[in-house]
Design a protein around this ligand. Structure first.
Ligand code: ZDP
Length: 280
C-alpha cells in the first residue's frame, strides 16, 4: 500500500498527518504508525494524526497514535497542525474560521488566526484524582502540591487532565532535571494507572514560565500543547502565575489563557507545514 502523508510541526513537536476522510477508522495500525515515526527507518515523527470522517455533528474527527503506538485522547500541538492541514485539504484560506473537532477528549475547537497561528479552545481542565487518573489522593480530591517520592527524591506535584493526564512539577532550575532518567519513572509510576505526561516548570515571572516535558508514549519532545495548558492551570492553582501566561518550551512559546469566564483553557501558537510525500 502506498500512503500519502503531510509532515507538520507545532514548535518542533512533529506529526505525520494523514487524509483519512474516506473512512471513520484509521487507515494504518498502531504498529505501522510506530514504523512511520521511526527517525531512521521511517519518516520520523512524535506521532501520527488522522483526519477522519466524523460520526456526529462536528466537522471532523481526530485520532492520534503516539510514536510507541499507544493512543492518547488529545494532542494540543497536534490539533493546531490538524486545523492547518484541514484548510490545506479544503483548499481555501480560512482566516477567522472555527472548526468543531471530535476527539477522544470530547469537542475541541481550533480557530484559524492567520500567519500560521491557531487558537484552540481546549475545554475545561479536569482536576479530580479520579479524572486524571491518579491514586495519589482520594477519588474526589484535587492533587495540588502533593508529595511524590521517586527514586528516593521528594517531588511536589500537581495533577491536571486536559483530556490526557499531566503531572506538573515546579522546580527552581529546569536545567538541573535529568529528564531521560526521571521521565520514565514518572510515566510508569503506579500512582498513574493510565501512565502520565510529566512537565518540569521554572517560574521566570508571573506571566512567563519555562517548561520541559517527558511525554507518555513519546519521551522527550520539543513541545507539548496539552502540557503547556496543564502548566498554566497548575501555576494558577499554586499561585505561581497569572491566568494569562506565556509558556516557553524547548521548541518555542505558546500563549495560554485559563479563562475565568467559562473555565476553558485557550492555547495560541503556530502550526507549520514541512513537506508532503508518499510512503510504501
Ligand atoms: O498524552 C499523551 O500520551 C501525549 N503523548 C499525547 C501527545 C500530546 C502532545 N505533545 C500535545 O501537544 O499535547 C502532542
Amino acid at each position: 500500500m502506498t500512503l500519502k502523508f503531510t509532515k507538520y510541526h507545532g514548535l518542533g513537536n512533529d506529526f505525520i498527518l494523514i487524509d483519512n476522510l474516506a473512512s471513520s477508522e484509521p487507515l494504518i495500525s498502531p504498529d505501522e504508525a510506530v514504523k512511520l515515526c521511526d527517525r531512521h527507518f521511517g519518516i520520523g515523527a512524535d506521532g501520527v494524526i488522522f483526519v477522519l470522517r466524523t460520526k456526529n455533528s462536528t466537522d471532523y474527527s481526530m485520532r492520534i497514535f503516539n510514536s510507541d503506538g499507544s493512543e492518547p485522547e488529545m494532542c494540543g500541538n497536534g490539533i493546531r497542525c490538524f486545523a492547518q492541514f484541514i484548510t490545506e485539504l479544503e483548499g481555501i484560506e480560512r482566516i477567522g474560521k472555527t472548526y468543531k473537532i471530535d476527539t477522544l477528549a470530547g469537542l475541541i475547537s481550533p480557530t484559524i488566526m492567520g500567519n500560521g497561528q491557531i487558537k484552540v479552545d481546549m475545554g475545561e481542565p479536569q482536576l479530580l484524582a479520579q479524572n486524571i487518573p491518579t491514586t495519589l489522593m482520594k477519588k474526589d480530591e484535587k492533587v495540588v502540591n502533593e508529595l511524590l517520592v521517586i527514586d528516593d527524591q521528594d517531588y511536589f506535584v500537581t495533577c491536571v487532565s486536559m483530556g490526557n493526564p499531566h503531572c506538573l512539577v515546579f522546580v527552581d532550575d529546569i536545567d538541573s532535571v535529568d529528564l531521560i532518567k526521571v521521565g520514565p519513572l514518572f510515566e510508569k509510576n503506579n500512582y498513574f494507572p493510565q501512565k502520565t505526561n510529566t512537565e518540569f516548570i521554572e517560574v521566570i515571572s508571573s506571566n512567563y514560565l519555562k517548561m520541559k516535558v517527558w511525554e507518555r508514549g513519546a519521551g522527550i519532545t520539543l513541545a507539548c500543547g496539552t502540557g503547556a495548558c496543564a502548566t498554566v492551570v497548575a501555576g494558577v492553582l499554586n499561585n505561581k502565575c497569572d491566568r494569562s501566561t506565556t509558556v516557553e518550551l524547548p521548541g518555542g512559546c505558546l500563549e495560554i489563557e485559563w479563562s475565568e469566564k467559562d473555565n476553558h483553557v485557550y492555547m495560541t501558537g503556530p502550526a507549520t507545514k514541512v513537506f508532503s510525500g508518499e510512503v510504501v
